[in-house]
Design a protein around this ligand. Structure first.
Ligand code: ING
Length: 320
């Protein structure tokens, strides 16, 4: 048979899972770990490598810090900076694109300072595709000393001003989400309605969930449940990459995974440390779902979905 008139769009994707980053660990030392994973990825033929959320420092929202200089020390004011430039340089030299989660401090034109939980996407030629900012900010706003550790993301970060985008890159349609975003079905659908074929996600997920510790043993199940369902219901690949292990005394979920549009897990981390996972992603496989069971234009009924955008919380039915 002659060559296929429409060659399949394969993209070899890597997840660069990180083990713990100590509070005292320098960015230089962390960048060396990222470079090691990048080189492993190059040897494995990876074209796009995904790093976790807040991949340059320890997960500092676990503490209630009050010294502004110390707080600001966890944010990046430029990306790349002299410290992260080596990662950008080596990735470009190797022809590997990457997504990197970091705490972003940005000052806008009128001098307002913003603090975002961000992820930058860089193409294989070293060009910046986009910077995504986390939309769903979990945890709490003020110190709760009764907790074994804090989860003060709502004290340290403001939500994205942009929402969820999808970009033409890596020969396909690529979107991003960060950690808690992955738990909300709207995250996937908003990108699904833009035709997304590959969603990149980083996460830091402590096993202990103070509001309901009964969920603790289910963290791994919930992690894969939401990403597998989001992938299947929108016919997209999903790459979820952890910073896991016991970081500053807090045991955090690893189990990074690369998930196919069918919802099947194609690759999964075995350890709770720095570990590369790889999958050869057939981006055209997305259409097996987008053109059939989830043919949105043919089957969706948005006339009945109004509550999803009109309401934030629950409105109960009238009392009988
Ligand atoms: N971490 C957690 C996450 O969504 C969390 C917060 C944990 C929420 C467990 C609910 C249950 O995975 C971040 N960084 O969002």
């Amino acid at each position: 048979m002659t060559g296929d008139a429409h060659p399949k769009r394969f993209l070899t994707v890597g997840g660069a899972q990180l083990g713990p980053i100590a509070r005292s660990e320098s960015r230089e030392a962390v960048v060396q770990r990222l470079l090691s994973l990048l080189r492993q990825a190059a040897d494995a033929g990876v074209e796009l490598l995904v790093f976790p959320e807040l991949a340059l420092t320890t997960f500092f929202p676990r503490w209630h810090l009050t010294d502004q200089d110390e707080i600001d020390s966890f944010y990046e004011t430029e990306m790349p900076s002299p410290v992260t430039q080596p990662l950008f340089d080596e990735a470009k030299a190797l022809g590997i694109g990457f997504a990197l989660g970091y705490a972003e401090l940005v000052t806008d034109e009128d001098g307002t300072v913003h603090h975002y939980n961000s992820m930058v996407l860089v193409e294989r030629d070293g060009s910046k595709v986009a910077t995504f900012r986390k939309v769903h900010i979990p945890g709490h706003e003020t110190n709760e000393p009764d907790r074994p550790f804090q989860h003060l993301e709502r004290y340290y970060f403001e939500p994205s001003p942009d929402g969820f985008g999808v970009w033409r890159a890596f020969g396909g349609l690529v979107g991003m989400m960060i950690c808690n975003d992955r738990r909300w079905s709207e995250t996937y659908r908003v990108m699904g309605l833009q035709g997304v074929e590959l969603i990149l996600c980083g996460y830091n997920t402590p096993f202990h969930f103070s509001p309901d510790p009964g969920q603790n043993p289910l963290q791994g199940f919930h992690n894969h449940l939401v990403m597998q369902s989001g992938a299947y219901q929108n016919g997209t690949w999903v790459v979820g990459v952890a910073k896991g292990g016991v970081e500053e005394g807090v045991d955090s979920l690893a189990q990074s995974a690369i998930i196919a549009p069918s919802g099947q897990i194609m690759a999964q981390a075995l350890t709770t440390d720095d570990e590369l996972i790889v999958a050869r992603c057939d981006l055209d496989w997305c259409n097996n779902y987008k053109d059939t069971v989830f043919d949105f234009d043919h089957y969706r009924m948005p006339e009945y979905y109004g509550r999803i955008t009109e309401q934030r919380g629950v409105i109960l039915p009238e009392e009988g």
